[in-house]
Design a protein around this ligand. Sequence first.
Ligand code: PMP
Length: 359
Amino acid sequence: MSTAKRIIRPEIQALAAYHVMDASGLVKLDVMESPYRLPEWLAKEVGEVVANLELNRYPIPTANKLRGLIKQTMGVPAGCEVLLGNGSDECITYITTAIGKPGAVVLAPSPSFVIFQMAAMFQHLKFVGVPLNDDFSLDADKFIAAVKEHQPALTWIAYPNNPTGNAFAVKDIERIIAAASGLVVIDEAYQPFADGSFMPRLNEFDNVVVMRTVSKIGMAGMRLGYVAGKPEWINEFDKTRPPYNINVMTEAVAIKLLEHKAVLDEQARAILAEREVVAAELRKLPQLTVYPSATNFVLARVAGEKGAAAKVFDAMKAAGVLIKNLSGGHPALENCLRITIGTPEEDRAMLAALKAALR
Ligand code: PMP
């Protein structure tokens, strides 16, 4: 046995590395990015900002200016603090590390965002996934029973949820918060495409923080996520963060773009309107069950035998359109395809490829 084989944790050896497909030359509708680039005038201003950076210097560890701008532009309530991560993926690690006493339990609906479970495993914590209903709605009574049984230190609620796309009922989430003796993180990655938010309500609860990202509103390449909450939580999470986690380019460009947030908001509105067009078109296809979406993607299940979705996925890819086949990842997602909303032109290409694949 090699030294590496002997030394590396067996559960890490058993993992497959997070796989993202090569999208070169394809219409890219696989990972919930915004299809829109910056207008040229703004891209030029970004170029100037980057050109003037002191790349020889480390970032300012507190990233005060960017955090202040996030508080201001994202509706963070007075008295709350903000923690920044290199993507909200990284915030998940900080939170899990901070609560990770030996024996602590992490709980989330299942299926939900896979990184919640992975972060728990990396910290040697027990993860409990509470199955959603067949239509991916939340069974609040079952969820609360699991909260009472397992007493999780940390409960994740992606609101709206990935990969299912739906937003759970607010009153159900309120009941979960009331039943939880530990921290509840409301992950609002898809908030720009949803109706509700817990952000304005942060001061109502002593066991809730809200996590968000700028990835879905045109800045996925920058890797910037944040957690907002009472200082008693945020100041502790902050101690687990490497001091220079937000690089100077991300910080400076995010400041520039948030100063022009109206541009990003307009792009998000276009995606939202386009989602309704795409969902209506998908619903016309009798081979698909289309689930409700409060996000920038739509989840659909292909009727038929095991492998039906894989055939559709392969045919679409051969026709130049990359979506995500969720089959194989979770039993509830068999034959499910996740389609990110693109530009109207990209979506026409997607629909044509999909219809041809279903024929
Ligand atoms: N939470 C949810 C629910 C997500 O779907 C994603 C991205 N797929 C993330 C968090 C992480 O986003 P990022 O790291 O790009 O901020």
